[in-house]
Design a protein around this ligand. Structure first.
Ligand code: PMP
Length: 294
């Protein structure tokens, strides 16, 4: 999977107020974020030169920062302007946008009260998160569980929460799967390593209640799209034993968009009509061919 390394590209990354040549957008090795995961981030996509749900992503970044105990040193309005300019400078119509904020280098212990907060925005080309996605991806079970609400601040899109995601995704890939289904601390179905999950049963969509994992922007959008089609959406506890009772399954995320699932560890799903309709609706929505349903 050799790609052009992310620190060796042409272009500019906005960093702490300045569009910096891509290869010069660096931090020191003694940066709190790198040692203690004091970093929050967003993953967004642009379609036809417009960042989908840009404002909601910026607001979530600010909220994640607040949850981690710091304020962004940039207003939401300014962040919106910077993201739009970063996209424009990239020359890309379709792109992935990564906005992030982290604690710097003034203190290097667990305590980092005096650390400067840094912000950066990078834009790069990114196609489908999964190859051949309409075929459906195969998923295994993750060996790590989403922590309880009193164990980690699950509302934040914070770097530290991704440690168990990378471990789980790597294990899945080594075992020949595209991703892993994570259960929560109770053993209920939660989400994947970077996306939310939906199932179809008798014409209704079922999705886990987001009470210990990110209530994704794409998840919320998908619920609106489904309801606009008069598809019932039921948020509930989904148990492992339920997995065999569903006919279709798909995952949702800004990167994954809506991606059908063909298998979860031996249980098969058909990327069927409902998944396909919602994939198409999502595409129509992000390209502005339809309006966001109420
Ligand atoms: N869960 C996790 C763990 C994620 O990383 C993401 C991607 N941000 C999501 C869910 C989906 O969130 P969104 O639809 O807002 O991208």
């Amino acid at each position: 999977m050799a790609t052009e390394a992310f620190d060796d590209r042409d272009g500019y990354i906005w960093m702490d107020g300045v569009f910096t040549p891509w290869r010069d957008a660096k931090v020191h090795v003694l940066t709190h974020a790198m040692h203690y995961a004091s970093c929050v981030f967003e993953g967004e996509r642009a379609y036809g030169g417009v960042i989908f749900e840009s404002l909601r992503h910026s607001q979530r970044l600010a909220k994640s920062a607040e949850t981690m105990g710091f304020d962004l040193p940039i207003s939401i309005d300014e962040l919106e302007r910077v993201k739009a300019e970063a996209l424009q400078r990239s020359g890309l119509e379709s792109a992935y946008i990564r906005a992030f904020a982290w604690r710097g280098s003034e203190m290097m212990g667990v305590s980092a009260q005096a650390n400067t907060i840094h912000v950066a925005v990078a834009v790069w080309p990114w196609g489908d998160y999964f190859e051949d996605k309409m075929k459906g991806i195969r998923m295994s079970h993750a060996q790590w569980r989403r922590p309880a609400p009193d164990t980690a601040p699950y509302h934040a899109k914070a770097a530290g929460l991704y440690m168990i995601c990378t471990l789980s995704k790597h294990k899945a890939e080594v075992d020949g799967y595209a991703d892993a289904l994570m259960l929560d601390y109770r053993g209920q179905v939660a989400e994947t390593t970077g996306a939310n999950i939906f199932f179809l049963q008798d014409g209704a969509l079922h999705t886990p209640t987001p009470d210990c994992f990110l209530n994704g922007i794409t998840r919320q959008t998908t619920i609106k799209l489904a309801r606009a089609r008069n598809i019932e959406v039921i948020e509930r506890a989904i148990m492992l034993e339920d997995l065999g009772s569903f006919s279709e399954c798909f995952i949702t995320g800004s990167a994954a968009e809506i991606t059908p699932v063909s298998e979860i560890a031996g249980i098969n799903y058909k990327p069927g009509a409902v998944s396909e309709a919602l994939v198409n609706d999502y595409s129509d929505l992000v390209f502005g061919r339809i309006a966001m349903p109420a």
